[in-house]
Design a protein. Structure first.
Length: 276
């Protein structure tokens, strides 16, 4: 087993990883304190929901980042964008899977990423109710660890790599929302894909992407998401060897959906989607 060595905290990447992991520790504590308890919920103009935990987590993350990197830009789901000329931008989803969180379903996570000059350099996905965290950095690969109260267990660290499956009939597909795939016009090709793979599961949100990064699934399809829904998971996937494009094979993400695969199957999936 490869042991985890974090990057030097005196370097830019090392300092960013340190801040990202500390931010996740704080976010985990905040969200778990209200999980499966009465909590205030508001409807947003786009018909999605926001809880007190969403806003509290994002405020805490923003404060931690700006105290360490005052010149960095920020964009988050709940408090919008604070632009910067530094070429550094943090992308924050305080609670991905708010509907799950509201209903006591443990599949929710805090998503965090740092872009440097437009490239994803650091990513983190922390799912405290699952006792699981995934993180990555440029040049250091992707890792999964078990979370514990107040932090995470370094001894549990596992280096991530996508699977080596090369045949659709041996592949596992996960996806977010079938109705949104229908609404986006991809249903015929997606239906054909489901008929050609080994198995499929509707898991949604961050978790399907992390299964691809871990090599536990080969394909993740999502047709409707925002910048902050994708940045953290995408960083972890890319650093684990995944290929991530829009659903037509281009770079217009997330506006034209997202297809994430182990790389070996990417073109085959694009062909299925296009010729359904």
């Amino acid at each position: 087993m490869t042991s985890l060595t974090l990057p030097d905290a005196t370097t830019e990447i090392g300092a960013a990883v340190e801040v990202a992991l500390a931010a996740c520790d704080e976010a985990d504590a905040i969200s778990l304190a209200s999980f499966r308890r009465a909590i205030a919920v508001e409807a947003k103009p786009d018909a999605s929901f926001v809880t007190e935990a969403d806003t509290a987590v994002e405020r805490a993350i923003r404060e931690r980042i700006t105290s360490r990197f005052p010149d960095h830009g920020l964009v988050g789901e709940e408090y919008g964008e604070a632009p910067s000329d530094s070429g550094r931008r943090w992308i924050i989803d305080p609670i991905d899977g708010t509907h799950n969180y509201m209903r006591g379903v443990p599949v929710y996570a805090t998503l965090l990423a740092l872009e440097i000059e437009g490239q994803l350099a650091v990513g983190a996905v922390s799912a405290p109710a699952l006792h699981r965290r995934w993180f990555s950095w440029q040049g250091g690969g992707s890792w999964a660890v078990e979370t514990v109260p107040g932090g995470w267990d370094r001894g549990s660290a596992m280096r991530l790599s996508v699977s080596d499956v090369e045949r659709l009939e041996e592949a596992s597909v996960v996806y977010s929302s079938y109705p949104s795939i229908v609404e986006s016009g991809w249903a015929p090709g997606f239906g054909r894909l489901l008929g050609d793979v080994w198995r499929d599961r509707g898991l949604g949100d961050f978790y399907g992407y992390m299964l691809v990064a871990e090599g536990a699934a080969e394909i993740m399809v999502e047709s409707e998401l925002k910048l902050w829904d994708l940045a953290g998971p995408r960083a972890v996937m890319l650093h684990a060897g995944a290929r991530v494009t829009d659903m037509a094979g281009g770079t217009d993400m997330p506006d034209h959906g997202v297809l994430a695969t182990n790389g070996h199957l990417h073109q085959a999936v694009l062909d299925e989607l296009a010729h359904g």
